[in-house]
Design a protein around this ligand. Structure first.
Ligand code: HEM
Length: 151
């Protein structure tokens, strides 16, 4: 039982590194494109990095809940319940907030002709990146709660 719990902690921490690590640079990676070709390429890289975030994200939740099912007292810990709620909020922000704001950016990348990045892109991406930063802040809070377990 104890060994299985430790295996879960191990998978949890590896998932945090491989899943959340790339997550923090998803915005940075698309900020370096200077023309449409570079921009499209950076979005392709971002798409691949996002796969790590999705796999890591699912594993984080599954192992985190698994640890709670093994040690029920965790559900009485403030840091655990707060993290779980924040995590579910962050998860919901994906389809509810990020997806509708990234669709017009992707559509523009697909339809725009010429090499110069249009003004419209900066306007649309600014809104999208603002919400991505919010996601990052939520994940930073969760990581802090995980490490310090303050309450
Ligand atoms: C952004 C998402 C998350 C990240 C990056 C993350 C990261 C971490 C890290 C680095 C640790 C090791 C800290 C330590 O013990 O010193 C940890 C521990 C833990 N995490 Fe998470 N976590 C996340 C989400 C969750 C969620 C959603 C749950 C609950 C469903 C959870 C449950 C736990 C538990 C129970 C431990 C304690 C393991 C132990 O030491 O016994 N985590 N987490």
């Amino acid at each position: 039982m104890d060994t299985f719990y430790r295996v879960l902690v191990f998978i949890h921490i590896i998932s945090a590194i491989l899943g959340m690590g790339p997550g923090f640079i998803l915005t940075t990676v698309v900020k370096s494109g200077k023309n449409m070709t570079e921009l499209r390429h950076s979005y392709r890289i971002r798409h691949k990095l996002h796969i790590f975030v999705m796999v890591g994200g699912v594993l984080l939740l599954v192992t985190g809940l698994g640890m709670g099912l093994m040690h029920h007292y965790l559900f009485q810990m403030g840091w655990y319940v707060t993290s779980l709620i924040l995590y579910l909020i962050a998860l919901a922000i994906g389809p509810l907030v990020l997806s509708p704001r990234s669709k017009p950016v992707k559509a523009l990348l697909a339809s725009h002709t010429g090499e110069e990045i249009p003004e419209e892109y900066w306007r649309l991406s600014k809104v999208l990146f603002r919400y991505e930063h919010l996601e990052n802040v939520i994940f930073l809070i969760i990581i802090t709660l995980m490490i310090l377990k303050p309450f």
